[in-house]
Design a protein. Structure first.
Lengths: 226, 753
């Protein structure tokens, strides 16, 4: 359990909002308007037709990856994973190749594993971000090291639903990672059949907007948080 | 936990995220990507003085939150174990570590000595489209304004010069009229020799998105089959160099079928021809000056007769049917068409011509300067536009105008506060000629920043020898050891990208600012500050009076004076700091998306469209013929050799090869062969073969039926790998107008080892 908390905490730190820190600059768009504070939610309900199937699978089962395995092929938390298996054709776009397995997932006997489901099947030039490993060696050594996760709770009360600790751009489709046989065990949701995830799980990324909010016309000075 | 958090369960507040842990949070800051000319907005997360993560900036209208594998892993390139952190000076043939103070003293004294003994033009600065705008500006001011030699050149000559001369000859003013938003409006994308899926991947994803959502069509017109071909609706292969004939054939069809936009042509265009049989610049001291002569529409129509689709079928290898199909796409008044190109058209011994010819198509049909109708010249480097083309770090340019024009010299002298006589009216050496001058001994001192010419110069054998000759002094500022630093007399360690403050300017005229987010390692120093330190040592302090704290802001303010006004106004420093870039002309507080269109462009004041770059306010439709390449495969050298990049590596790989993920994806270079050629020669995939040209030979493993597949009789080699220096065998022929070399075509023999 502690491990799960640590894992989730790592996400939180990483995906902390732009404006979260006092010194961060407030950005405006080309026309001078602030970007909307409601994140894009296109694709939130993608894959929900499979929710009951996932529910039948149950929370406790042996399928899926461990959290450590999940991060083994990522340079940092949030980085696009490398392709851990051999790829046959190099000169292809994903529509007719990668997505055959990674759009809906399923058991692949060659690897004795369930294919992870991509949370962004609309982006078909997969190899733009995901590359295979064709050698084990290095050109020159590098000092890069991944940051350790930091233990933080991401629920306000012991009983309240955890918030979403990561940016949801390109990851709007919650169930692709948080449910189904290929989901990371530690990140698997107990209740995939409740498909309106954002009903209870709020995005932590924009929390500061509320924190700094002052009612229009209010004469009271903005409260300083202790 | 704050009171607000307790009241609203489920919401987590920033302070709470960090307070429990005793750790500081991650500071996310915007920056343009370090690598290509697309100029994606990144958010780099730093913590404890280190960059630890990257995400796409959702506020950037360029990439809307998406990056490519290089962008996502860009920060790893900061941390290679062999980063240059101390200056190295060659003493008796070996590099000796020294202090920055001593190294800069030496550079300044050598520069002074060279000028004293051999004249101003014996000293040269060779920079890059990866220079930040302040780097290029300070180099230009120091050399052109204060020292008084025009010897400031940049590697963008090798990548964008033909695009520039294309713009100047057709429109009289540089850089695209449209912007990336054109992608969201176009019905058809025609890619002219542009493997966008690998070279401009994030923009290509925007094309694919439009293909999926709006059924926009992608046509890949290329000399080999690539990932882009496979993602396109149609792939058309043509024989190298014949794009000139194809473009003319499309114009032939458009004119013949009456698909021209007659009102547009009448009001906004003029017809001209230039010289023909213009040569290839393969000999030293080659000189060429074009002469533009007005012609009539009738004469132009007559010229096109030689280019009917049937007549060019054999030459181009493209069926008359396919050429007619292309013409119908451009000719259909109900279709918005975007043409996109980059090195295929620019690295071309007739690079200026082919740029002119594609503009012809758009001008004949009036499909230009409106959302979705856009001939779009893409850029290779992150600031080829910003630093080289806009600041004018080429040997004939000033930040505003060319050195040959008195008014331009006067303007520069006034802003720089130097006597106007200081600025020489004589353009000096373009890149190839500059290295030839180094070889001949006309140039004795060269300072190279942010580029790796000992991997990228064509006919490299000759120019490597040049740097080694007696009496040459080579200074190289870089972040890692490279084949160029190997040849240096002094190596200066540079601060890289977000280790200093700066600006880049991307393909769509967008200037993007980045803050210093990290400390540079060891004694590493920004290229801007290196130049200022040398200037001070030469006694030129009064022209560079800026503090370390605010010099970038001060430089920006001074530089902006060159571009004031509705044609090229630059956004104020404060605006650049705040938003994810601004597009020039930035005027009255607004970016300009479509130039030459009076609806959008503050400088367009005459009628609906106004090509104000030209004195008569008319864009030029150029009569430019097909002329063959200088070196064509024959019995002795039967294959075409083409070179280029791969998605995973940036240029010569000095940064990306030090990133584990990128190196492990593409660990080495290779030669792509057609499977039938390979079978005939009994060569299997991965087998090493020998490539021989008139200039040299290399041995390199084959890649057969992998990423790209050239047609029979052609091979392709990526140039990123210093272990396989393909430029040892390439040809240093160039476009006589732009002086940009053609890396895409020479004749090669394949030998089984």
């Amino acid at each position: 359990m502690l491990f799960i908390v640590m894992a989730v905490g790592a996400f939180i730190i990483l995906e902390q909002t732009l404006e979260g820190q006092g010194k961060a600059v407030q950005f405006t768009d080309e026309q001078g308007f602030r970007s909307p504070s409601i994140p894009l939610e296109e694709g939130v309900f993608t894959n929900t037709e499979r929710a009951s199937e996932f529910a039948l699978l149950g929370f406790e089962n042996d399928a899926g990856r461990e959290y450590q395995e999940y991060y083994a092929n990522r340079a940092y938390q949030g980085a696009p994973p490398t392709i851990p298996h051999p790829v046959q054709a190099d000169g292809i776009i994903g529509e007719n190749s990668c997505l055959k397995c990674h759009k809906n997932g399923g058991y692949v006997s060659d690897f004795d594993a369930f294919a992870p489901v991509t949370p962004h099947p609309q982006l078909v030039s997969c190899r733009q971000c995901h590359v295979p490993t064709n050698t084990e060696g290095l050109f020159k050594p590098n000092n890069w090291s991944e940051i350790e996760g930091v233990p933080i709770h991401n629920r306000a009360l012991i009983s309240s639903p955890p918030t979403i600790p990561h940016a949801i751009a390109m990851r709007e489709n919650c169930l692709s990672c948080h449910s189904g046989p290929s989901a990371v065990k530690e990140l698997r949701v107990t209740h995939p059949e409740r498909t309106n995830c954002l009903q209870c799980h709020a995005k932590a990324e924009k929390a500061d907007v509320l924190d700094n909010w002052v009612r229009p016309g209010s004469t009271q000075p903005k409260s300083e948080n202790p | 936990m704050s009171a607000a958090a307790a009241l609203i369960p489920g919401i987590l507040f920033a302070q709470d995220q960090t307070s429990g842990s005793g750790e500081k949070g991650i500071n996310w800051q915007k920056t343009p990507c370090r690598f290509c000319g697309v100029g994606c907005g990144l958010l780099v997360g730093t913590k404890g003085g280190k960059a630890i993560a990257v995400k796409g900036d959702p506020r950037s209208t360029v990439n809307k939150g998406l990056c490519c594998v290089k962008g996502y892993h860009s920060i790893l390139a900061l941390y290679g174990k062999d980063r240059l952190t101390k200056p190295l000076v060659r003493k008796n043939g070996v590099f000796v570590e020294t202090s920055m103070k001593e190294a800069l003293d030496l550079v300044a004294s050598k520069l002074q000595e060279t000028i004293k003994n051999h004249g101003k033009d014996a000293a040269a600065m060779y920079g890059s489209g990866q220079w930040t705008i302040p780097d290029g500006y300070v180099a230009s001011k120091l050399f052109k304004g204060v020292i008084g030699t025009n010897n400031v050149e940049a590697n963008a000559r090798l990548c964008m010069a033909s695009a520039v001369t294309g713009f100047i000859t057709t429109f009289g003013i540089d850089e695209p009229m449209g912007c990336y938003e054109d992608i969201d409006h176009a019905n058809v994308f025609v890619l002219w020799g542009n493997n966008m899926a690998e070279m401009h991947p994030v923009l290509f994803s925007r094309l694919l998105d439009q293909k999926m959502k709006r059924k926009a069509k992608i046509i890949d017109l290329a000399t080999r089959t690539t990932r882009t071909s496979k993602a396109s609706d149609k792939s058309i292969l043509f024989k190298p160099q014949t794009d000139l004939a194809i473009a003319n054939a499309i114009c032939y069809e458009i004119v013949k079928n009456g698909w021209t936009n007659k009102t547009f042509i009448e009001r906004h265009t003029s017809f001209k021809k230039g010289k023909t049989n213009i040569g290839y610049g393969m000999e030293d001291h080659f000189a060429f000056k074009d002469e533009e002569t007005p012609i009539t529409f009738k004469e132009y129509e007559k010229f096109l007769e030689a280019y009917s689709p049937e007549k060019v079928e054999e030459l181009t290898g493209v069926s008359a049917k396919d050429i007619k199909y292309l013409a119908t796409l451009y000719g259909d008044p109900n279709k918005k068409v975007m043409s996109l190109w980059c090195m295929g058209m620019n690295q071309h011994t007739r690079g200026t011509w082919i740029n002119n010819l594609v503009y012809n198509i758009h001008l004949l049909t009036g499909k230009i300067s409106t959302p979705g109708n856009s001939p779009f010249s893409l850029t290779g480097q992150p600031s080829a536009c910003g630093t080289v083309r806009e600041v004018g770090t080429l040997t004939h340019k000033l930040p505003y105008g060319v050195v040959m024009k008195e008014a331009a010299r006067e303007k520069a002298a006034k802003i720089w506060k130097v006597p106007v006589e200081n600025i020489s009216p004589k353009p000096t050496y373009h890149t190839v000629e500059m290295f030839r001058a180094l070889d001949r001994g006309d140039i004795k001192f060269m300072w190279v920043q942010v580029t790796n010419p000992m991997v990228t110069m064509p006919n490299l054998n000759r120019y490597r020898e040049a740097t080694r000759k007696e009496g040459r002094f080579l200074v190289v500022s870089d972040v890692y050891p490279t084949p160029t630093t190997d040849e240096a007399d002094v190596i200066l360690p540079s601060a890289m990208w977000i280790e200093r403050e700066g600006m880049y300017g991307n393909s769509e005229r967008r200037t993007q600012h980045f803050e210093q987010l990290l400390d540079p390692p060891g004694e590493a120093m920004s290229d801007t500050w290196q130049l200022i330190e040398v200037a001070k040592r030469m006694g030129f302090e009064k022209w560079f009076p800026w503090d370390k704290e605010n010099h970038i802001e001060e430089i920006w303010k001074e530089y902006s004076l060159f571009h004031e006004g509705p044609k090229h106004g630059m956004a104020p420093y404060e605006v650049l700091k705040k938003q994810s870039g601004a597009m020039w002309p930035y005027y009255n507080g607004k970016s300009t998306q479509w130039r030459f269109n009076s609806k959008y462009d503050p400088a367009a004041t005459e009628g609906d469209f106004d090509f104000y770059g030209k004195e008569d306010h008319k864009a030029v439709i150029f009569q430019r013929p097909y002329e063959p390449a200088p070196e064509i495969p024959d019995e002795e050298f039967p294959f075409w050799l083409n070179t280029g990049r791969v998605l995973e590596h940036w240029h010569t790989g000095s940064m990306t090869r030090r990133v584990k993920v990128l190196h492990q994806a593409v660990p080495n270079s290779y030669v792509e062969m057609n499977p039938l050629d390979a079978k005939k020669m009994g060569i299997s995939n991965g087998e090493k073969i020998r490539l021989v040209t008139k200039r040299g030979e290399i041995e390199i493993p084959t890649s057969i039926n992998e990423r790209g597949v050239p047609p029979r009789g052609q091979v392709f080699v990526p140039f990123f790998d210093e272990g396989y220096l393909i430029n040892d065998v390439t040809l240093d022929a160039f476009c006589p107008i732009s002086k940009q070399p053609d890396y895409k075509k020479c004749a090669v023999r394949l030998e089984k080892i």
